[in-house]
Design a protein around this ligand. Sequence first.
Ligand code: C2O
Ligand code: CU
Ligand code: CU
Length: 433
Amino acid sequence: TREGSSVHFALEAQTGESQILPDVTTKTWGFNGTHLGPTLVVKKGDDVHVDVTNNLDEMTTVHWHGMKLPAIADGGPHSPIGSGQTWSPTWTVANDAATLWYHPHTHGLTGLHAYRGLAGMIIVEDEATDKLDLPHDYGVDDIPLVLMDHRFLEDGSLDEEDLPDLGLLGDTPTANGITNAHFDATTRRVRFRVLNGSNMRFYNLAFSDKRTFQVIASDSGLLDEPQDRTTLAIGPGERWEIVVDLEPGEDVTLESVGFEDNYGVPDDEFVPDFGMSDSFQLLTITGPSDDAAQASALPGVLVKSTEPDVIDATERTFIMNTFSINDLQMDMQRVDVVIDHDQPEVWIVTNDNSDWPHNFHVHDARFKVLKFEGTDVELFNDGWKDTVGLPPGATATLAVEFGYYPDPQWPYMYHCHMLYHEDQGMMGQFVIV
Ligand code: C2O
Ligand code: CU
Ligand code: CU
């Protein structure tokens, strides 16, 4: 419910039965329903109040991924919601228009809880973006697309066994909680807000006819200008907003195609198969009817973003290597980084594994990728992001801008967003004081 600039949401985590596969019943978890959760729409400047009630038999937490907010409202592992309890965080939306999401962050169990279906999208709107001529009719030409992947047992239940080194990597892709998803467009231009809510899987998005589409927004908001792409990598936790133009009546499929070079992961019998060369259909699409109006040109400029000033910035390095960051595993009692100012920092993050991918995420922050080295894999990393993919050997230099809510007590997290890695301890804590 909304009253002026104050919005109130009620989320209830619950169990249920849903049909992920056609005609097969699967036990899943969801918020306010049997699987996944509702899209929360907020405006920059809103005072948000959420009541998260846990109707499950076990403890969980809910984290607002991508949101700048006080650590006490961030929903990390320090904010458990016991069975039957309600947690009621509040904050004021400081983010620009963007596609964010919410998911559990339960210590050691984030992957399993998300896999069972506890996840939803958050759309942040702002005034400047409202004025742009972009598709923004939710469910009509502005379509949320939550990508996940699952494995099923013979009786239709979710296979929840961690594969060696791969955790909950699925073999069956889903879009918005179902397989074989289809979209009948009613307009010639459609915006998809794509969220990779998978535990471990990276997708390489492309259309079946290899058509060019426009990327308009990254994890944390609009790009300065739309960018043409024919493929687009999206790692666990990341979001992209893309715009595609459709001819009346045509059929086209959004797919994931194998990564060139297998994302830098050696194809060798001793390396687990992270699925980088898999291809899948994600969403079949039918164009609108003949009388759908031609779309006008996309705005040439979407936003004029300022570059973070990092000339005298504090530099920190983060080395990711099998289940640790800087040789340390997550310890709820240890604070790894203390940030004692409100200025951006330079974080230099290296994937020190020669054969595993990682995906680095920072809470309460957005960053620009200043440099990307150490790999031949070319990733599109334009715009503000909060999660960055790291092929084996890659080093990303990030200019990180934090939300400034000084609090020495409550830590935020940085971690690998491949959830098995996170749950195995590839996570650290920082405070802003
Ligand atoms: Cu998607 Cu620690 O978060
Ligand atoms: Cu997060
Ligand atoms: Cu990782």
